[in-house]
Every structure is written in C-alpha cells, then in structure tokens.
Design a protein around this ligand. Structure first.
Ligand code: 13P
Length: 279
C-alpha cells in the first residue's frame, strides 16, 4: 500500500490504546526482517532512519529500500527521519520521499526549538509529511547525539503547553528520564510527569530509548498516552548476535539469515508488547 504518515498510524494507536514501534533500520536485511514480522503481526510500522545511517551515506538507499518493501506490503508504513539535526537534513529527507521527519531542537533554547519546529512543519507540509519535535532531553548517547548531564532533562508541563500553543506538530517526544542505549539497572522513568503532560497535551507522545525498558513500564507508559516507541540499540544488538552465532559457518547467507531471524524475534516481542492486548 502507499506510504502513510504519523497522522494515520498514531490515530490508529490512539483509538486502540496501543503504541506504534519506530524501529531504526541500518541496513537492508534489518529492514526486510522488520517488514516481514510487521506483516505477519498485521501491525503498522515506522521505519526510522537515524544519524549513524545518514553519516554512512545511506539516507537515500534505505529510503528506497523501505519504499519498495512498503509498496508491496498490506500494512501501513511510515518512513521517518530520526533526530533530524537541522532544516537542511529535513529537506534532504523529504526529497528522498520520507513521509515523516523529526526535528530535534531539544538542545536549543525553548524559543529556538519552537522556531525550528515551525519551519520544519512548513517544509514537511509542502510534501504532505508529518513532524515530530522534542521537549526535555533524552539521556545517554546514540549515534553521537548526547546531552550535557547537568542540563535539566525532565520535560516541563508548562513548556508542553506553551509549545503546543506556538506550534502544532504531529508528535512530541518527551524526556521523562528515558535514555538512548542500554540502561544501567532499571530505567528511572517519571510517570507522574508523563501523566501530567498527557493531561494537558492532545499531541501524541513519543518515548525514545525503548531498548531495555521492562514490559510493565512500557505498558504503563502506553496507558499514560505514549503512542510511538523508538527502538534502535536492541535491534542492532540482536542482528549482531545472529551474525556472531553463525560466524563459524563462514557462509554469507547462513549468517545473514541468522541476523534476520534474531531481529525478527526481537521485533515480534516488541510489537506484541506495544499492541498492549488491544490490536
Ligand atoms: P534505543 O537505542 O535506546 O532503543 O533508542 C532508540 C531511539 O530512541 C532512537 O531515536
């Protein structure tokens, strides 16, 4: 089916009280594997292309791969820019046929975050695409994106209110103690803050740093309005594990198939969790 935007998949998630996975795709095999599982699970998917893949020159290549797979697929698929760094990158992604972009202005002062998100929205709308913005900080380091540890990271409810009044994006990533990469110990998520934000925001909320968050916390986050959950590290690690387990075979397709199978197992578990018993 034709590609869709965040609007379609997040309103489905809102109706069902579920969350849609945004899986980072870093190569063709991972993309193939994720698409196959989502089709088997009959569940929408957001294929996210992030900064490491972009630095590796793969923005147009992965977008083309995703487009081909989506076109012949019966499930709704979004091609999404993860942590867009500036408006040039947003333009490039839109030119490559992305149907959704994130503009990550969370490192900027509030007014500048509003301004850059507004510009991203203008650019996206010329192509019928959607926009995700970020408030508060996602901790940890991923693809070289990190925040100062001493910077306040929890999203503030008053900022969400002011942000939504100033610019109407399609999804809002919120910092509630979540972090990119694997958590050391249990994640310390501030559900009270998430609940307060959810009470005053009608913009669908996004949880980054989905790798390693226990199932009960994911369920709680979904019950408090999280409608998109990003998973990158665990996808990459499962692919690597598949390759490592079969490296002695010395056979390209044995290893490739094992990488895909490991990704499929992980993605299936996430999808079933994110369905939250409702889809
Ligand atoms: P993880 O790598 O922790 O899964 O986070 C993914 C993410 O939030 C991408 O934006």
């Amino acid at each position: 089916m034709p590609l869709v935007t965040l609007k379609e998949v997040l309103s489905f998630a809102e109706e069902k009280k579920t969350a849609i996975p945004a899986f980072n795709i870093d190569n063709m095999e991972i993309t193939q594997s994720i698409m196959k599982v989502c089709e088997e699970e009959n569940y929408p998917v957001i294929l996210a292309i992030g900064q490491a893949a972009i630095r590796d020159g793969k923005m147009p290549l992965l977008a083309a791969c995703a487009r081909v797979l989506a076109k012949r697929s019966p499930i709704p698929v979004v091609i999404h820019l993860d942590h867009g760094q500036n408006l040039d990158q947003v333009r490039q992604a839109l030119d490559c046929g992305f149907t959704s972009v994130m503009i990550d202005g969370s490192r900027l002062p509030f007014e500048e975050n509003v301004a850059v998100s507004r510009e991203a929205l203008k650019l996206a709308r010329t192509k019928g695409a959607t926009v995700e913005a970020e408030l508060g900080c996602i901790l940890g380091v991923e693809d070289d994106i990190s925040h100062d540890a001493d910077k306040p990271f929890l999203v503030r409810t008053e900022d969400v209110k002011a942000f939504n009044e100033a610019v109407r994006v399609d999804a809002l990533a919120v910092g509630i103690g979540n972090a990119h990469g694997i958590y050391k110990g249990l994640p310390n998520l501030d559900f009270e803050r998430l609940s307060e934000v959810n009470d005053i925001s009608d913009v669908p909320l996004v949880l980054h740093g989905g790798s390693g968050i226990p199932a009960d916390m994911i369920q709680k986050a979904i019950s408090l309005g999280i409608r998109k959950i990003n998973v990158a590290t665990e996808i990459r690690l499962s692919y690597i594990k598949g390759l490592q387990e079969t490296v002695k075979s010395g056979d390209f397709y044995t290893m490739s198939d094992a990488g895909k199978a490991a990704v499929a197992e992980l993605a299936r578990a996430k999808i079933r969790l994110f369905k939250n018993g409702n889809a």
